[in-house]
Write a protein that binds this ligand. Structure first.
Ligand SMILES: Cc1cc2nc3c(=O)[nH]c(=O)nc-3n(C[C@H](O)[C@H](O)[C@H](O)COP(=O)(O)OP(=O)(O)OC[C@H]3O[C@@H](n4cnc5c(N)ncnc54)[C@H](O)[C@@H]3O)c2cc1C
Ligand SMILES: Cc1cc2nc3c(=O)[nH]c(=O)nc-3n(C[C@H](O)[C@H](O)[C@H](O)COP(=O)(O)O)c2cc1C
Length: 763
């Protein structure tokens, strides 16, 4: 094959090498606009795992590269006068220039024609003379722009500013993050050694800080001097250096996140940064480029046509690229929002930094550095008020709200059972909630329990509007208190325009076949075309419903509930006031967010007035309507959190969605956790996180990083009422109490969980 590589960066060179290794007969030319040794940038990082792939592809170049590696295992974080070090991270670094020289040498050895100072202006013209053109022309790929109609690139220029500098100060004992507060705002550095004398020193800050500091107006020299001053205490008198001669001005950049809809057009294929970028803070751009090169070389040999090879390349690489880009996005967003976390204790700040990309889990950190993690766990337990020297996972830390102390941080999230008869809970509820309370969670929520018959969602929903309901709930609460050490919370709600619908396992949210009752909502809206239109509440309705909430709260107190939650989420009555999608009012209850919050807060104040002082109240909200700018967005949720906090709400239960049939939620692991994180860390209010959180590891990492105070699991508790006790057994943690009659089962489970014998050999 006659092949042109447009660009002599890691992607272009490594592709050329990989092709030659598979068939020495290929005729390959690399066109590079620069001279062989004039590259910008300083060092690049590889993780241990990355290098195994490269070694398998070409042991010779891998050995040459490895010979110039600087290795380090530790990550050090300088923050608020402390240097916190954790270990076991396994990275290596090499100078970008050295890497390219080694790849050039290897390519030459294999017979690749390397042409330097050969700028290609038109990839289309080049493509006429070659069988394949590999467009590896980097971040600002001209080829990508030339064929933008085909590649359909989406370029997202991110908020922070950064500059890639070098220094001869040694950072050879750890990958080092330094956070410094200046008069203009926080500025931080990512520093790592890459050869005996030189370290990379990337300086980054928010754009507002960059503007205030006037970095944009400085020359590269002046900029180095300014950064030296900021980081003087870490530089030991060494200078900062810039080699970005290819960039005009101060050399500060904004990171562009590149995605392309397709990677190939005719015989031209994008590779490396030209196709997709991954933020430098996860150090994977070079890995992506080199691994894509290997994959393309493989498919050009295994597939019958160019078309098939390109299709296979995209298919195989896109998932990996998206996985890395997703981790990179989490990481870059963490740095963009870092000011949100700068109030955290250094231990928690460090944990938050290490787990920012979501690639490193709590237990993975234990494998990396057990003693550091145990120190952090001890810190968490101490803060939670546990006995001195307690080292347990964060999920097993106590939590206090007013006079209520939870034994641990796991919550059974409210889940409608649709098994009530005329609003009255039955034996189903006794057994269901009794089992969950026995299963080890610190707090068990009951389902949305309605303040009136017409406030029910379905005919199977529970209520607290008749003496029989109070008595039935009291029986359940008494059981929980007598037989377990769990606390139990009553969620009160009113269905609003989403009422009078079928049971959850019938047709969800669809009207009843017969016996529908009239509905109330903030405005005269309907959930869908099929649902009836609700009547907009007038003042008399508002007072009546408020009094119903108060009456139900009094019943909940008499029934013995430890805590109360107002359901202001998921499109039900109180939620219909908060979201602009269903609140179309023109009085003082509509319009601004403050007005839209007025009625839910009126209810809260009325309920708070009759709810005992020592018992907490939470409010569940939908922090995102998932419809974009027309609805509630996470930044509005922060404002809602602030209003709840000012009103005296003890904890915000941060859910999302179910407010509109137009919603387009972005699901994923722990997908609503960022909303809780944001409310908690921007307002200082306690929060609960919920939504596709299903592993103990998820719970521990959310808590330890300060992204929530409590973690709610719904569906996992339907599948396993004993979720918490099972998690404790898996970890060999004996601190959770089991019901006395179950102790033999407990002992067997611990033995099995801790045994290293294969199941078949156990007696
Ligand atoms: C601050 C910073 C830090 C980084 N740190 C790391 C890290 O630690 N680890 C890591 O893996 N990655 C890191 N990266 C990313 C990494 O540098 C890139 O992902 C990687 O270089 C991509 O390789 P590439 O071959 O696709 O592109 P490039 O390395 O950009 O190579 C493209 C080449 O094409 C040439 N070229 C462009 N246009 C033309 C043309 N028209 N004609 C001829 N030649 C042309 C360019 O001169 C260049 O040599 C970092 C990036 C930045 C900005
Ligand atoms: C069957 C079922 C019923 C639910 N009923 C309620 C409810 O009554 N009140 C409420 O606030 N959320 C309710 N939810 C939402 C859950 O509390 C939770 O927010 C959601 O299921 C996401 O958590 P998960 O991923 O752990 O299931 C219900 C969820 C399920 C699966």
């Amino acid at each position: 094959m006659k092949i042109a590589c447009l660009g002599g960066g890691p992607a272009g060179l490594y592709f050329a090498i990989s092709m030659k290794l598979r068939d020495a007969g290929h005729d390959i030319t690399v066109f590079e606009r620069n001279r062989p040794d004039d590259t910008f940038g300083w060092g690049v990082v590889f993780s241990d795992e990355t290098f195994d792939n490269i070694t398998a592809n070409d042991p010779a170049s891998a050995a040459a590269i490895r010979g110039h590696f600087a290795y380090w295992d530790d990550i050090a974080v300088h923050y608020r006068g402390e240097r916190i070090v954790s270990s076991g991270h396994g990275f290596s670094g090499i100078g970008r220039k050295k890497l390219l020289m080694l790849l050039q040498e290897r390519a030459r050895q294999l017979g690749v024609d390397l042409r330097f100072q050969a700028e290609i202006a038109d990839a289309g013209a080049l493509a006429k003379d070659y069988d394949v053109v590999i467009a590896a022309d980097g971040l600002n790929s001209r080829t990508r722009a030339q064929f933008a109609d085909y590649f359909k690139p989406a370029i997202d220029t991110r908020k922070n500013k950064f500059v890639w500098l070098g220094t001869q100060q040694k950072f050879d004992d750890a990958f080092t993050f330094i956070f410094e507060e200046t008069e203009h705002g926080w500025i931080w550095a990512h520093a790592y050694q890459f050869d005996a004398d030189t370290a990379t020193f990337i300086v980054e800050c928010a754009e507002a800080t960059w503007q205030k500091a006037g970095f944009g107006a400085l020359s590269q020299e002046e900029n180095c001097r300014a950064c030296e001053k900021i980081f003087a205490k870490y530089l030991g008198g060494h200078r900062l250096m810039s080699n970005a001669t290819h960039i005009r001005g101060s050399a500060w950049l904004s990171f562009p996140r590149v995605l392309c809809e397709t990677w190939s057009h005719r015989n031209i294929v994008l590779m490396g940064d030209a196709a997709a970028t991954a933020h430098f803070s996860i150090g994977s751009g070079t890995k992506l480029a080199m691994e894509s090169a290997v994959a393309m070389a493989d498919y050009l040999h295994s597939e019958p046509s160019l078309e098939a090879a390109f299709a296979k390349y995209e298919d195989a690489r896109r998932t990996e690229v998206l996985r890395l880009q997703s981790a990179a996005r989490n990481s870059l967003e963490w740095f963009e929002d870092v000011e949100r976390y700068l109030h955290l204790d250094p231990v928690q700040f460090n944990y938050s930094l290490l787990t920012r990309s979501q690639r490193i889990s709590h237990e993975n950190l234990r494998l990396r550095d057990k003693s550091w993690l145990e120190g952090a766990e001890a810190w968490f337990q101490r803060l939670a008020g546990a006995a001195d020297n307690t080292v347990r996972r964060p999920m097993f830390a106590p939590f206090k709200l007013r006079g209520m102390t939870l034994k641990n941080r796991v919550v059974v999230s409210p889940m409608a059972q649709y098994k009530a008869v005329d609003g009255c809970p039955t034996d189903w509820h006794l057994v269901h909630y009794g089992e969950r309370a026995k299963g080890g969670a610190g707090l068990v929520f009951i389902e949305m329990t309605c303040v009136s018959p017409e406030g029910r969602i379905t005919p199977g929903c529970t209520g607290l509007y008749a003496p029989a309901h109070e008595a039935a709930w009291q029986r359940i609460v008494d059981f929980v208190h007598a037989e377990t050490d769990a606390k139990i919370c009553c969620q009160l709600g009113h269905s609003g325009a989403k009422g009078s619908t079928q049971l959850g396992w019938e047709e969800m949210d669809a009207p009843l076949h017969s016996g529908n009752w009239p509905l109330l909502s903030a405005s005269a809206t309907a959930w869908s075309e099929r649902n009836q239109r609700a009547r907009a509440m007038d003042r008399a309705d508002m007072e009546r419903v408020r009094d119903q909430f108060v009456a139900s709260a009094k019943m909940a107190d008499r029934a013995g509930f430890d805590m109360l939650e107002l359901h202001c989420a998921h499109g039900y009555l109180l939620s219909s006031f908060i979201t602009p999608l269903t609140n179309l009012r023109s009085d003082e209850y509509g319009g601004s967010l403050q007005n839209r919050m007025r009625y839910p807060l009126e209810i809260f104040h009325a309920v708070r007035a009759v709810w005992p002082d020592e018992k907490p109240i939470s409010v569940r909200i939908s922090a995102n309507d998932w419809v974009g700018a027309g609805g509630i967005e996470p930044r509005d949720a922060v404002e809602i959190g602030r209003m709840l906090q000012d009103a005296g709400v003890d904890i915000c239960d941060v859910s999302a969605g179910q407010t509109s049939i137009e919603a387009k939620p972005v699901y994923g692991r722990m997908f609503q956790r960022p909303f809780s994180d944001r409310i908690r860390n921007e307002t200082g209010m306690a929060t609960m996180a919920v939504g596709n959180i299903f592993e103990p590891d998820h719970v521990n990492s959310i808590l330890m990083a300060g992204r929530a105070d409590l973690v709610c699991l719904a569906r996992p508790h339907l599948a396993d009422p004993y979720w918490t006790l099972h998690a404790a057994a898996k970890f060999g943690d004996r601190g959770e109490s089991w019901p006395l009659p179950y102790h033999p089962g407990r002992d067997q489970l611990y033995r099995i969980s801790q045994s290293s014998e294969p199941a078949a050999n156990r007696v």
